[in-house]
Design a protein around this ligand. Structure first.
Ligand SMILES: [Zn+2]
Length: 243
């Protein structure tokens, strides 16, 4: 299913202290890794259904996918439309997509829709933004079986530190929002953070400051800088506009 010769796993993009010292990213601008609330400094998740890119001309970075909650009604036509839409340069990630055992279609259909998103992510060389509810073992098994080359990010991660480690060990990245388990933050480490608002009304800066309060060695500005640089690295964009 996947493109041959594209299996090289790149090291996890991470900026760390070296990069911080060089001051390449403006700390006052924070790139929100995943949001449903339109604001320009974000990877904006296109609403499902008949959303058209032209309605969002002011957004540079957009993600598109079939949300697990919408899998019940999803048809092959929806998937074809997504495939066309996702070719656009402004679509920088595929998703959110994933598996939710509490909502959406029955498990087999959710899995099939998710696998279709993985295929798209691999074909278009764009990372995957994953919504996962009570389906971590399924996601891990699919990661093992499909051996994707593109980065997988589980967004809005609220699991514990043990689960975080298990996912990180399999090269799955985690993005944190308003609610999270501090042990999971520690397992990920400040250098690898991705931060998002999702559908929260709390500003991204406030969420970042809350996350920063769990790390002794980092100021909120540093955490914002790291998370912005990491988000840009995941979507394979230069940070020149954030300098
Ligand atoms: Zn979301």
């Amino acid at each position: 299913m996947f493109v041959a010769g594209d299996k090289t796993h790149l090291p996890l993009p991470s900026v760390g202290r070296e990069r911080l010292r060089s001051g390449t990213v403006k700390p006052e601008i924070m790139l929100d890794f995943h949001t449903h609330r339109p604001h320009p400094d974000s990877i904006f998740n296109l609403p499902s259904g008949k959303a058209v890119l032209s309605a969002y001309s002011e957004f540079k970075y957009i993600s598109a996918g079939i949300h697990p909650w919408n899998t019940e009604a999803a048809t092959i036509e929806d998937y074809k439309a997504l495939g066309e839409l996702a070719k656009d340069d402004r679509i920088v990630a595929i998703g959110e997509c994933g598996i939710d055992k509490l909502r959406g279609a029955e498990l087999d259909k959710q899995k099939a829709v998710f696998i279709a998103h993985v295929a798209l992510s691999e074909q278009l060389h764009k990372p995957l933004i994953i919504h996962c509810v009570k389906a971590y073992q399924e996601i891990l098994a699919l990661k093992r079986d499909l051996t994707p080359a593109q980065t997988w990010v589980i967004h809005g991660f609220r699991g514990n530190g043990i689960l975080a480690k298990q996912l990180l060990d399999k090269d799955i990245r985690l993005s944190f929002g308003e609610k999270f388990n501090p042990d999971a933050l520690k397992a990920v480490g400040a250098e690898n953070l991705l931060i998002e608002t999702d559908d929260s009304e709390t500003p991204i800066e406030e969420i970042a400051a809350n996350i920063a309060s769990h790390f002794e060695d980092y100021s909120p500005e540093q955490i914002m800088e790291i998370a912005t640089a990491n988000a840009l690295a995941v979507i394979k964009k230069q940070d020149t506009e954030y300098m």
